[in-house]
Design a protein around this ligand. Sequence first.
Ligand code: SAH
Length: 461
Amino acid sequence: MNKTIPVKRNDYIDVIFEDLTHDGAGVAKVEGYPLFVPNGLPGEKAKVKVIKANKGYGFGRLIELYEKSPDRVEIPEVELHKYGGCQLEHISYEGQLKYKENQVRQVLARIGKLEDVKVHPILGMDNPWHYRNKAQVPVGQKEGKLIAGFFKPRSHEIVDTDESLIQLSEINEAVQAVKEIASELGLSAYQEESHKGDLRHIMARYGKQTGELMVVIVTRTADIPQKNKLVEEIVARLPKVKSIVHNVNSKRTNVILGEKTKVLWGTEVIYDYIGDVKFAISALSFYQVNPVQTKVLYDKALEYAGLSGDESVIDAYCGIGTISLFLAQKAKKVFGVEVVAEAIEDAKRNAELNGITNAEFAAGEAEVVIPKWYKDGNTADVLVVDPPRKGCDETFLQTIIEMKPKKVVYVSCNPATLARDLRILEDGGYKTVEVQPVDMFPQTTHVEVVSVLIFKEKAGS
Ligand code: SAH
């Protein structure tokens, strides 16, 4: 019954790309057999070389473009840009938005069987560059100098980068300055193989609304050579710095941060605002990386929640309470749930910082905590979920269906699991009313979506 594979390794073939995969590769079909080719765009005619021919699909490399897509923009060293985190940089921003919006529509129809759902045009950025407020950059060494940038694919080699086009300029400046200062002071870079050397990563975080900068130096040992001089120079060269933190990571691991963190200079946290809500950000806190679009996303979530002031709201997967505190301004009461205990501590502190007294937070898994609340007789009028990529746990979705909050606002960073979960909720009596894609991560393949469901009894029940 084996279908024959129409191509074999090292074949050169002419194709027309029809689609893009979720990670931004072009898809061409050879007698129905899909071939995934990085850097190919829908509509383009090209010569490709077959690199791998698996049973159901294959991979190829772009050799020559015969016809280019109007969405293509020329950038030098396209491969390097991609591995530096900008997988869609070869597509115009308009083209990227179109692709992301289509992806959401397609996935909702294919996986969620939600053909008629209202998907609004994606909300993009006016300026889709230099938006990230955080960088964690690995440090290496070349010809006696320190370099910092990103790892080449499938290798341990670091590509030195002066500027990342998606980082805020304050972040780029901070990384460059620390790299130069550490190099001048003769610090060595950490070497994976020998587990020797000093500097592992340079991390920087920036509060766009407050102008406060944090620098985190990650080293292998608790002692930093030339520590005082290093701090002095950072303070002198980076006037926006408010906090310099030392993190020690003595393990053989590719996890960036270690367990020990110490403030070397300045404050332990920096602050930032999303709308009117103030957040304290420590070296280890989770905080959204695109502050401009976070506001757009949360405003939409708030609009969809449609609060009048009388509602009790549950914010599942609440992180440091960002959405919870946003909603608390308009709700009677908000209960946030999050599995990371430290994030819950941050959430409580952030509530206090803003004088918000109608938000409570609990540490635990949403699928354990919320069913228990429900069993104890506690429900909510509005439920907000913002799960990680794998989506919501099925038992949690069943609890939602039993609990029947009037509205569910689903914020998702993965359209595929969103579609799967919306289907389960629809089968349980909910109706997906609106879906709004938001581009939180221009130049990358990531797409964020916020959607709202209302409870409607199942037909016949
Ligand atoms: N709503 C927050 C965070 C969203 S990220 C914000 O907008 O900033 C998703 C969060 O879900 C992470 O903080 C992660 O730690 C948490 N999480 C993952 N699995 C979970 C689970 N089973 N129960 C509760 N929280 C979980």
